[in-house]
Design a binder for this molecule. Structure first.
Ligand code: 9D3
Length: 252
């Protein structure tokens, strides 16, 4: 997959893409990431990329032409058609379902705004979709674009090791939160590892983990539980958790 990012801070995008899972995806040739700076396409000695808003008010608005030239340069870097996605607080909120859809595409262009935003005419002419990463205020689209790149990269075939397998993660397949994890030592001043995890009984361990995942989702994110249709076995595990069954470890 190829992702082009149009941003006034291309070095930020490059840094994010250099490390961790995204860095590995690129090393393996599974992801191509390139940043395009609208300032490189701006005119004049001052290379302006923004100007004051018509109608008055605070802040600046990004100019049409430098952004449009950067988008065109990004489009021309690859013959395949690209969906242009504007990272924006006005966008549809990103979900793992949307991440899966985006991950199936061959390429996309992420447009990052700064200042108060982008001239509306540029959005109407060039943008296919607006995407938000949540209801809080960021200073620009770069962090949001990095979130999309990370979430989409880890779904590319061959990116994750078996141990990291995406389907085991929260929101992977079943829409539940993760169970608790423990490592050595078994006994610590902060507490003991639950006995079931030391039992060697893999069926019991799987059942306990499932129950913890169900119980924590019920406690912390009931909205997620409403959305997932539980089977009979899950409903019984959750019933036992809610009943405070000592064997289910309902301490959170
Ligand atoms: C304080 C400025 N706001 C006035 C009502 C508008 C505003 C403009 C620009 C708010 C945020 C931004 C910059 N944000 C993004 O570019 C952004 C973003 C976000 O802030 N939250 C969640 N997702 C995203 S995606 C892009």
């Amino acid at each position: 997959m190829r992702i082009d990012v149009v941003s006034l801070f291309p070095e930020f995008i490059a840094q994010c893409a250099a490390v961790g899972v995204v860095g590995r995806a690129r090393e393996r040739g599974l992801l191509t990431l390139q940043a395009w700076n609208p300032r490189d396409h701006a005119e004049g000695n001052y290379r302006r990329v923004d100007d004051r808003p018509f109608g008055g008010g605070p802040g600046m608005v990004m100019l049409i032409d430098p952004l449009r030239a950067a988008i065109q340069a990004a489009r021309a870097a690859d013959p395949r058609p690209a969906r242009v996605i504007y990272m924006s607080p006005q966008g549809r909120p990103l979900t793992q379902a949307r991440v899966r859809e985006l991950a199936a595409r061959e390429r996309m262009i992420l447009l990052c705004g700064r200042y108060e935003g982008v001239d509306e005419r540029l959005l109407q002419a060039e943008v296919d979709e607006e995407l938000s990463i949540g209801d809080y205020v960021l200073s620009g689209g770069e962090l949001a674009a990095a979130v999309v790149v990370d979430a989409v990269a880890r779904l590319q075939d061959g990116v994750l090791n078996d141990a990291e397998s995406a389907t085991q993660d929260s929101f992977g397949d079943d829409g539940l939160l993760d169970c608790p994890h423990y490592t050595r030592p078994v006994e610590h001043a902060l507490g003991k590892v639950p006995d079931v995890l030391l039992s060697g009984n893999h069926a019991e361990i799987a059942k306990w983990r499932r129950q913890q995942a169900l119980g924590r989702t019920w406690r912390r994110r009931p909205d997620l539980l409403d959305a997932s249709a539980l089977g009979k076995a899950d409903r019984r595990l959750l019933e036992a958790y809610r009943a405070g069954d000592p064997a289910s470890g309902t301490d959170d």
